[in-house]
Each structure stands twice: as structure tokens, then as C-alpha cells.
Write a protein that binds this ligand. Structure first.
Ligand SMILES: NC(=O)c1ccc[n+]([C@@H]2O[C@H](COP(=O)([O-])OP(=O)(O)OC[C@H]3O[C@@H](n4cnc5c(N)ncnc54)[C@H](OP(=O)(O)O)[C@@H]3O)[C@@H](O)[C@H]2O)c1
Length: 181
């Protein structure tokens, strides 16, 4: 069975993005892409069989790709939770709605023997956790506070620290999800 992994960058005060959905605070941080470095994207994505994200994250990503001229970055099937209608820039993007459990079978079939990456946002990750569909939270914590923005995880859950490392300016921490408080 695949693991469900919420892998994201966050500010020290627990925000994924500012109130305008900007990640300006993130892209200025020093990162280390050397093989074996904790929190390295290439190592993480190699173990991912399916990708899940909410509509705001998807809209941000598509906008960013259009601006930069880059192609859709995932070869894995991607499920986007939304009530809206979007164009899809890639072949294997499916728009779904409703509780995560409704899509569990399809997601796990898509992931095969690899993991499900819950990209975010925070409320969607918490919905997955509430459905028993979140095993791990893997965060790269940037040395910045925003005071407000899109929360990392807006519901009370207990986690158990598994590992801590460093990547450039980031603290990289991994947690097992214990359960709702
Ligand atoms: N720091 C990072 O590495 C990182 C990682 C991920 C995301 N981000 C950023 O953080 C922000 C996250 O935005 P967000 O907190 O608003 O979260 P989001 O999960 O990206 O989007 C929330 C929206 O998804 C749709 N949705 C969620 N659950 C649904 C369900 N069960 N059924 C149908 N639709 C559902 C709803 O939109 P509709 O009803 O309008 O369709 C909801 O308003 C974005 O700016 C993103 O770019 C940053």
C-alpha cells in the first residue's frame, strides 16, 4: 500500500504562502541540491507514484508554468480537488471533488507501489489526515515568518518527530502522523 506523504516548504510560523498566494519568501532561500542532501526534490519525487493538490495550488502552478514557459512537471497521475473547471496542461490530470476517501481506490491504483504526494494546501492535507490517508508530514522550514497566509495544517493533530536535517537555509523535518487531537 502506498504511503501518503505531505511534502512541502513552510515558513517558521507555519504558512505555505502569503495571503496573495505568493511564494516570494521561498524562492530567495539558499538550497542545496547535492545528492543525499535532506529534503532534496529529486530524491523525493523518485518515490512518488501519484500527486494530489487543491485548486489554489493547481491554479498557482499553471499560472507559474505559463509565465515561465515550462512544461507540466509531473510524469505521475495528478488528482486536483476542485469545484471549478480548468484546462489541463498535461495528459494525466484528473479533476475531482468530495472527500478524499471517495478517491482512495483510484489514487492507490494510480500510485502502484510508490507513494502518494499530497502537495497541499493545508486544509486538503488535513482532510486527508482526517480520513486516515496521511502517513507523514515532511517539511522544509524556511527562516522567515509572514504573520499571516495559507496555513500549513489548520487542524489539531498529533505528530511524532522522526528525523531532522539541514538543507541550505532550511531545517528539514519529517513526522509520522499520530492522529487527531
Ligand atoms: N510552500 C509550498 O511548498 C507550497 C505547497 C503547496 C501549496 N502552496 C501554496 O499554498 C497555497 C495553498 O492554497 P490553499 O490553502 O487555498 O489550498 P489548496 O488546497 O491549494 O486549494 C483550496 C481549494 O481547493 C478546492 N478543494 C479543496 N478540497 C476540495 C474538495 N474536497 N473537493 C473539491 N474541491 C476542493 C477548493 O477550491 P474550489 O472549490 O474553488 O475549486 C478550495 O478552496 C497556494 O498559494 C499554493 O500555491 C505552497
Amino acid at each position: 500500500m502506498p504511503r501518503y506523504r505531505y511534502w512541502t516548504a513552510t515558513t517558521l510560523d507555519g504558512f505555505l504562502a502569503d495571503e496573495q498566494d505568493s511564494l516570494d519568501w521561498l524562492f530567495v532561500q539558499e538550497q542545496d541540491d547535492a545528492p543525499g542532501t535532506p529534503g532534496r526534490y529529486d530524491d523525493f519525487i523518485a518515490g512518488v507514484g501519484a500527486v494530489v493538490m487543491g485548486a489554489t495550488t493547481y491554479a498557482w502552478l499553471v499560472h507559474h508554468l505559463k509565465e515561465s514557459g515550462e512544461a507540466w512537471p509531473y510524469t505521475q497521475p495528478c488528482l486536483v480537488f476542485t469545484h471549478r473547471t480548468f484546462e489541463a496542461p498535461g495528459d494525466d490530470i484528473t479533476f475531482v471533488s468530495g472527500p478524499p476517501a471517495r478517491h482512495r481506490t483510484a489514487l492507490e491504483r494510480a500510485a502502484g507501489n510508490r507513494d502518494v504526494w499530497v502537495v497541499g494546501g493545508g486544509a486538503l492535507a488535513a482532510d486527508f489526515a482526517g480520513a486516515g490517508m496521511l502517513d507523514e508530514v515532511l517539511v522544509s522550514i524556511a527562516p522567515v515568518t509572514l504573520g499571516a497566509g495559507r496555513p500549513l495544517f489548520p487542524r489539531p493533530f498529533d505528530l511524532r518527530l522522526r528525523d531532522v536535517g539541514r538543507n541550505g537555509a532550511f531545517v528539514v523535518a519529517s513526522y509520522d502522523v499520530v492522529g487527531a487531537r
